[in-house]
Design a protein around this ligand. Structure first.
Ligand SMILES: Cc1cc2nc3c(=O)[nH]c(=O)nc-3n(C[C@H](O)[C@H](O)[C@H](O)COP(=O)(O)O)c2cc1C
Length: 337
């Protein structure tokens, strides 16, 4: 069975990428993932705030991050709380490149420019095969319009892509008014690929302590649905690569993302829950399904259920939404009376 695919211009043996997370903090665990079938790995992110702290420290402008801009930065971790300091991060790229034969993707996380160009170049020099920019922003100020937010993000993508030769992927939020247009504009800004979608951690409220609780829940399969819809809508309208992240927990999930038009999927929660060997379970499941349905390669069906090619495009659009709501109301009413 030919499971190979192409993502960001990189040839991958199969579509399974280990998403950004703690896995590549250890070269050994990254090697285990490769042995179990990972076709590429994304390292945890280095954060814009880390880089800023380092830049300020270098300029001897401040003693500690919390004293610099008290309101904004005192909530962020101190320098020592990050898992990999910027220098260690570069060292880790080198270590991973020596130990692995699969592509290593380094990740930058933030929403303002800061020292990203410098770090993107350092990632490239350290041997990273690609860079993933996680444009994690929460637009909290009512005075800032969506256009402004998107223009800033595009500018980051433009400047970073322009400053390195390796491909740049962009991990975006689901909360754009016109996601397909935004992805197209990122492609024009130089993105070689887009990762759909960032999964925001959802703070909860503790009503006894009157506190906001920072919580990170692992994903569930149902979270894939919003990705499938937008992959299906976006994929026929862009040329850049697309990866799904969020809710990939089974071989069926991987196949669905590919049918919707993804070039690859990224997996984190399922690997944290099941360990590296789960990758081989997914690959076996994919091969089995493909064999049973007469496919011999991923390229035969990638995008076959996108907005342009699926038998019922209206199912992705507004018409079906209305039909479903109406049907539900009538059915439940009939059952109750
Ligand atoms: C423990 C943990 C650490 C993560 N660290 C990062 C990170 O450093 N950078 C990033 O872009 N995403 C990070 N993510 C998000 C994942 O890359 C992924 O997008 C998200 O978990 C959804 O995929 P999943 O459903 O397979 O978990 C992290 C997720 C988890 C659970």
């Amino acid at each position: 069975m030919n499971l190979s695919t192409e993502y960001l211009g990189l040839k991958l043996e199969n579509p399974l990428i280990v998403g950004a997370g703690p896995f590549c903090d250890s070269v050994d665990s990254a090697r285990q993932l490769q042995d179990a079938g990972a076709a590429a790995v994304v390292m945890r992110s280095i954060f814009e705030e880390q880089i800023e702290v380092e830049l300020r420290a270098l300029a001897h402008a401040i003693e500690t991050p919390a004293e610099s801009t008290p309101e904004a930065t005192s909530y962020f971790p101190n320098f020592s709380e990050y898992q990999l300091a910027p220098d260690q991060y570069l060292h880790q790229i080198e270590g991973l490149k020596k130990a692995l034969s699969i592509p290593v993707i380094a990740s930058l996380n933030g929403s303002r420019m800061g020292g990203w160009i410098d770090y993107a170049r350092k990632f490239e020099s350290a041997g990273a095969d690609a860079i993933e920019l996680n444009l994690y922003q929460i637009a909290t100020r009512a005075s800032v319009a969506a256009d402004e937010v998107e223009a800033d993000l595009r500018e980051i993508v433009h400047l970073v892509s322009d400053s390195v030769r390796i491909p740049v992927a962009v991990k975006i939020s689901p909360f754009h008014t016109s996601p397909a247009n935004f992805v197209l504009s990122l492609e024009h800004a130089g993105a070689a690929g887009v990762v759909v979608f960032n999964r925001f951690y959802q703070p909860d409220l503790d009503l006894d302590e009157m506190e906001v609780l920072p919580k990170l829940r692992l994903s569930e399969t149902s979270e894939l649905l919003v990705r499938l819809r937008w992959l299906a809508i976006i994929s026929p309208q862009v040329r850049c690569s697309l990866a799904a992240t969020g809710g990939v927990h089974s071989a069926q999930d991987v196949l669905k993302a590919l049918f919707a038009g993804a070039n690859a999927v990224q997996i984190v929660s399922a690997l944290l829950q099941n360990g590296p060997r789960f990758l081989s379970v997914l690959l076996d499941g994919m091969s089995q399904w493909m064999g049973e349905h007469g496919y011999t390669s991923v390229s035969e069906f990638r995008g076959a259920m996108n907005l342009k090619r699926c038998p019922d495009p209206a199912a992705f659009e507004r018409a079906n939404y209305i039909r479903i709501l109406q049907a539900w109301r009538i059915a439940t009413y009939d059952e109750q009376t």
